[in-house]
Structure formats: C-alpha cells, structure tokens
Write a protein that binds this ligand. Sequence first.
Ligand code: DGT
Ligand code: CA
Ligand code: CA
Length: 575
Amino acid sequence: MKNQEIAKIFFNIASLLDSGQRDFRPIAYKRAALALAALEEDVAEIYLDNGLDGLEGIPAIGKNLALKIEEYIKTGRINEYEKLRKALPVDFTEMTKIEGLGTRKAKILYQKLGIKTVKELEKATRAHKIAPLFGFGKKTEENILQGIEFLKVDKGRVLLGFIMPTVKQIVLKLENLKEVKKTSIAGSTRRMKETIGDVDILVASDEPEKINDFFVKLPGIEKVWAKGPTKSSVHLKQGFDVDLRVVKEESFGSALQYFTGSKEHNIATRKIAISKGLKLNEYGVFKGAKQIAGKTEEEVYKAIGLLYIEPEMREDGGEIQLALENKLPKLIGYKDIKGDLHCHSDWDGGENSIEEMAKHAINVGYEYIGISDHTKFLHIENGLNKEQLLKQHEAINKLNLKFKNKNVKFLILHGCETNILNDGSVDIKDEVLEKMDYVIAGVHSSLKMPRKEMTERIIKAMNNKNIDIISHPTGRLILKRDEYQVDLEKMLKIAKETGTILEINSWPERLDLKDIYIKMAKRIGVKMIVNTDSHQKDQMRFMEFGVAQARRGWAEKSDIINTNSVEELLKYIKK
Ligand code: DGT
Ligand code: CA
Ligand code: CA
C-alpha cells in the first residue's frame, strides 16, 4: 500500500521546505501527508480507477500534489523530493520523533554542526556541543537526551494505527488466493497492542510453497529476510517486518492461539493443559499421541477447560483465572459505538466542514456526532472565541433542522474542546459553556507541572459543573513523550464523584486513557467515552484503535457512554 510511503515522503518534503518564512507549501504537504495516512482506500487503486481526478478527490490533495502522487505511482520516486534531499540530507522523520525537536531546530543542527541523524545528534549532545548554539539552551540539551532515551526504549516498534491499513490489505490479497483456506492476523497486531514489533500473519493451506512465493513478491516489499517452504519474513518500505506462517487446516486454531500470544499467556495456557494431563502446542491439543483439538481456537480453549478468551485480553493479566471461573467480561464490541463526540471542523482549521463530518458519520453508521472545536487559547491556532462559538451553535441548529426536514434520523451535538489553564480554570466563560450541549476540557500546555499541581489543576476542572469530559487524560504521545505527572488514582476518584467522563482518545499516537488505566477506571466505576479527535473525516476510522484499547482494558459496553442512543448519552452530561 503506497499511502503510507507517499505520506512519509510528503512529510519529509514539508520539513525540507519549512524555512520559517511565510510559505504555504510546507503546510500543504503536511496536510496532504495526514490525509494520505488516514485514507483507507489504496491511492494506487484510486488512481487506477479515476486517474488524477480521483486523486484530487482526496482531502487536502490539489492538482499539484495529485501529479506528485501520480509520479510516485508510476516511477517509485518523486523528483522534487530527491532534489531537496540532496541539498539537505537530514533524516527528518527520525529526528523529529524526538519530542521538542521540530524541523527548524533540526535544520539549524545540520547547518551549524552537520548533524543528519539521531546517532550524530546524541554524540554532539553528550559532548555538550548543543547548548552553546544560538537558541539552544542547556535545558534543550537535557530534553534532547531524554527524547533520545525515550526512542531507544521502543526502538524499532511502530504504531498500530500506522500499519493497520497495510496489514489488512495484505490479508485481503492472501485471502483471494484459491489455495488459501483460512487467514488471520496473529501476534501483537491481533492483540491490538499500541505498538508492534513485527506483524504476524497466519494462513491455512495445503500448498504452502505457493503461498510463500506469492507473499514475498507482494508490492511494497523492500527486503526478503527469509523464505522457506512454510514461513517467510519480509521488510516493507513502509518501515516494518511481516512474518508469514502457513500451516495445515487441522492445526490452524492451535497455531493461531500460539502465534497470537502473548508469550506469557501461552506459557500460562500450556501449564493449564499440563495440569489436565494434556499437551498444548502450535500443532494442537494432544492426549498422549492423539490430537483432540486444533482446528479452531474455540476448540483449543474448550479442550483445556477454558472459555474462549478475546485476543485483546491475552496478556496474562488475570484473564485465565476468569476464564476458569466462567467470569470473563463481555467486552465492548467494535460495532457498539453510536457516535463520536470529539470531532473538529474547518471552523478551527480542520479539513472538513461540519456538514461533511456529519455526513461521514452517517455513512459510518453513527446516530450522532459531536463537533468540539478548539477554543481560543493562545497556543491553539484558529481556536474559537465566544462569538464564534455562539455563531457555530446557530450553524449547527440549522444543519439539524435540515436533517430533520429530510427525515434523516441523525443529530449533531455542539461541544467544544476547552483548555485547562494552569490554575484549573478554562479559557471560555461558564455563561458560554452553559449553552453548549457538552464540554470537553484538556491539558494542552505546561505539561511539565509538578505532580501535585497538575493533579489539583485537573481536579479543579472536573469540579466545574460545565465540564463533562476530560480529553486525553494523561497527555502521553506514544514513542514520543511520557504522560504528565498526575495522581491517577485520585483523578479517577474525583471523576467518579463529580460524574466526569474520561476520554479514551483513539488517535494512534495517543490511545489515552491506555489499557491499564481503563482497567483502573472501570474498577472505580468511572464512565468513559471513546472518541477519535478527528481533524478530517477519514480519521474517524481511528475509532477502531480506541475501542481496541478499551477492550484491552476489559471495558464492557456499559462502561463506555457513546454506546448509548443520544437520549441515554445525554443523561451522562452534567446539568
Ligand atoms: P511484537 O512482535 O514484539 O509486537 O510481539 P508479538 O507478541 O507479536 O511477538 P512475536 O512476533 O515475537 O511472536 C508472535 C507470537 O508467537 C507471540 O505473541 C507468542 C508466540 N511466541 C513467540 N516466541 C515464543 C516463545 O518463545 N514461547 C511461546 N510460548 N510463545 C512464543
Ligand atoms: Ca509480532
Ligand atoms: Ca514475529
């Protein structure tokens, strides 16, 4: 799938062009990169079906960028990029993974010290060559080192949301082969872990060689690490590895159970099998030499005396005990969500109008959407002030009337995403907030506050009777920065007391609350909502990852308020 490859190049072009001067091009490339990254359909197919016109139908893609995409599809490269790269050979994608290091700083580092890679940057930082540079204080030096250390911990892992469309396409291509009987994603990707080391795919077939031959020739493969009669391993241009295994249909279930993992879950299930005088491995469940199960996972779990355990729970975090006791939770399903309350429109610089967002939500099958644009805080570009919010309220009323007149059963709720200031107040007056259907509040500044102050800051916001939802409650960015310091236990207790809803933000880099905190929130009885934080319509597909996180946190339908109809949902909004 070329979407992510081109998105990466566009992102790099944006960085290369970004000179700090007034110039629309970097912004245009960045927006296009985001649009391509979110797009579910394959750009190559869009081009094949509808040519340049088709490409121009993608959000944020105009004529000029459509030509660039065409060039990449036809030749595998973009000339302008190659030229820019020659003049400024900095690995921006890598360098800007470091929190606080933007393209401009990266450029200065190259110009003054010739730094092109993270490795060179680390060396220069440790030799204290960064601090004396213009505009780079000692604090920056410390921050850079912290960022580099952070990168090392998760070295080589990629975001689940970044790889999923490609993985699904590969699975689809394998499924279409006539020699294939069954296919499944396995490993951490099937467990929907937030980051993935490598992707594992399992196929059942009697002709494993043919499957492997086909697999290593898939488009987008950069390197074949290994190719054997039953398994292969490849590296994709997009920047991750995929392992394929082909097994016999009789063993598909046990192989799937084995290769889904986690390793810890496997060790625990194998012990259970042994305790019952059985043997469990990737080939099946055996009583002596006789295979008693293996074709399906359900059968495998049943044979060792366990209820079927959903992949997202298989982390050896207590799920096996529950399965033994017949007490597994009934996890929220991927199709249980009835609306998304954290969506931005073009009023605050998003890519789509309110109507376009609403129509997309209808297409997705939702009953409602909540528009919650940013409010006017200094650091937030294009945030709405009081007057604009009131005007937006009118616009939404009109759209709702239009739906009603056309007999469309769908409702747009009007919210906003306010900023929790350092003292716990928000940047819009209560008298305006009272007019909204609901209010989200989030921390977007001073993330390095001491724990006690940050906790008090958020608690004060939760005590505001106009604030209903706390967005991305811990502020982490996966592979980039840690959560801020906050007493989570206390925050959850106050959320429960005040009836404040905590968001599970589905943005692939956020997934915040994360699984273990969702478990805690559920235990304390805090209600949650899964939102996408979409800034354009295609990003609504990120819902899958938020729900996955909820499932990894053992959340049930009743824990998540946007599984409700709009009438029921509104009961959770503070009066
Ligand atoms: P990743 O790739 O680091 O995100 O994590 P996984 O869980 O996908 O791990 P991976 O790709 O190394 O292996 C896939 C599955 O195969 C893993 O979840 C469980 C199983 N597996 C791999 N190695 C072992 C092992 O040494 N013992 C057991 N019991 N299972 C293993
Ligand atoms: Ca894996
Ligand atoms: Ca693997």
